[in-house]
Write a protein that binds this ligand. Structure first.
Ligand code: EPZ
Length: 430
């Protein structure tokens, strides 16, 4: 079983390049099958989640060519099936985007209900509500979302909750529908905007992405395109926090600083120096952190996907901090693991009350999900001694070359496969 072994105590220093946005890539890869011409997508992060999407495209019959590690060409003209029900696809959340894309193009789709990180109940009722409003019949049968429509017609859809997944899925299903669709109370995340821009580059007519109301004027078909995915907001944010938590000095390259504003402002509030340039952000930390309050909110609020990372930082701040999770009800499962490193945190409902401690100390811990896993690795980097992190496949779902990027910044971290590897790691000293 693969694990990360981390020896803490190094201040991360240097430069790191951020890859393409995972959660945009998932929508874009599914959307690419909607054209019957070549769609070339650049800056696709090389992750287990994106590779599962690529395998799914192949299993549907789409032409898929990997041009290089981050560029993929897809042609949907060869698609022969609208059914996706395999073990890989069940493991990831983004698989539900195939329902929107297949329904939109072929008026039928049968896609296994999505898995993904266990961070709370993750219903798909808003996706279903949107598909039905467009005129589709949607049922859940044998663990699959089964959708069909004689034709799809534009509609007004008010989302009862702000949902990234439902917003993207309804966009996918409606770009080829007859007439206009309005998605109200839409999610405004950068990856929602990126999927809209991608579909527009294929000839769709989507306006208002990034605001509360998205207007989609149906077009008769989509054409080939060449598109480059935006940088990953959460990967960038994770490295910002890693720089801060290890009291380092890191220049994070290939980012869109505007997407990181809520994180930048919290880091400044707790006492870090953050400098933004056009497409870089530099985080420097040397002083003890001040305590603060954080509440996760849909974009442009503080992202739920950065909640564990900020908690790790506040666990080392002076005084009492309060973090409220308002998106997913089960996203503090990692707190028990952080406690093993010495954190003093009490969780009451959706709130974590954090009494800052002066240091973490290394221990054996388990990654409970993707972002919490990354946050625990970063906690290990700041801890005294060796931390061993289990279940690292979660982390690898969302961070390309995580270990290599951290090592380039000076971190003492290795991926290990056996007790012998761990023994070797414990014996060597930097
Ligand atoms: C996306 O999940 C991301 N995943 C998540 O990233 C991210 O945490 C989340 O958005 C919030 O930003 C992907 O893009 C694949 P939602 P998604 O629909 O789309 C409720 C990561 O670590 N809801 O915006 O599943 C839901 O329960 C992952 O990269 C409904 O009630 O999230 C939640 O409380 C983890 N009914 C809220 O809306 C629905 O039909 C927001 O969920 C859909 C959602």
């Amino acid at each position: 079983m693969e694990q990360y072994a981390v020896r803490g105590g190094v201040h991360l220093v240097g430069e790191v390049e951020i890859g393409g946005a995972k959660n945009a890539a998932l929508g874009i890869l599914a959307g690419a099958l909607m054209a019957d011409e070549i769609v070339e997508i650049e800056n696709v992060p090389d992750l287990s989640d994106t590779n599962i999407m690529i395998d799914a495209l192949k299993s549907l019959g789409a032409y898929v060519e990997k041009v290089d590690r981050h560029t993929v060409r897809i042609n949907g003209s060869t698609v022969t099936s609208s059914v996706l029900d395999n073990d890989g696809i069940k493991k990831i959340r983004g698989s539900y985007y195939f329902a929107g894309a297949l329904l939109g193009k072929y008026h039928e789709a049968e896609v296994a209900l999505p898995g993904g990180c266990n961070i709370g109940s993750r219903p798909v009722d808003q996706h279903i509500k949107g598909f039905r409003a467009l005129g589709a019949d949607v049922e859940i049968e044998h663990g699959c979302l089964v959708c069909s429509a004689k034709k799809l017609e534009g509609s007004h859809i008010y989302l009862d909750v702000v949902s990234v997944g439902a917003t993207i899925n309804v966009m996918l299903a409606s770009v080829l529908a007859d007439g206009q669709t309005y998605i109200e109370n839409a999610a405004k995340e950068p990856h929602v905007v990126d999927v809209a821009n991608f579909l527009n580059s294929m000839g769709a007519s989507i306006k208002g992405a990034g605001t509360d109301v998205i207007r989609i004027k149906g077009v008769s078909k989509l054409h080939g395109a060449h598109y480059s995915i935006i940088p990953d907001q959460i990967e960038a944010g994770t490295f910002m926090l890693a720089a801060a938590i290890t009291k380092g000095d890191v220049l994070i390259k290939n980012v869109i600083p505007k997407h990181l504003e809520s994180i930048t402002s919290k880091l400044k509030e707790i006492g870090c120096d953050v400098n933004e340039e056009d497409d870089t952000i530099r985080v420097m930390a040397s002083r003890p952190f001040r305590h603060t309050q954080v509440k996760t909110l849909p974009y442009p609020g503080f992202p739920t996907d950065m909640q564990p990372q900020i908690v790790v930082a506040l666990g080392l701040a002076e005084g009492t901090s309060i973090v409220t999770e308002s998106i997913f009800e089960n996203r503090f499962r990692y707190v028990d693991e952080l406690t093993r490193l010495g954190a003093n945190i009490r969780v009451e409902g959706n709130t974590a009350i954090i009494e800052g401690v002066s240091k973490y100390t290394g221990a054996n811990i388990v990654a409970p999900d993707l972002r919490a896993g990354a946050a625990l690795v970063v906690a290990g980097l700041a801890a005294e001694g060796v931390t061993v992190v289990d279940d690292i496949f979660y982390v690898e779902r969302g961070y390309e070359d995580f270990v290599e990027k951290l090592r380039n910044l000076g971190a003492d971290i290795e991926k290990i496969e056996s007790p012998r590897d761990l023994q070797k790691f414990r014996l060597h000293a930097v």
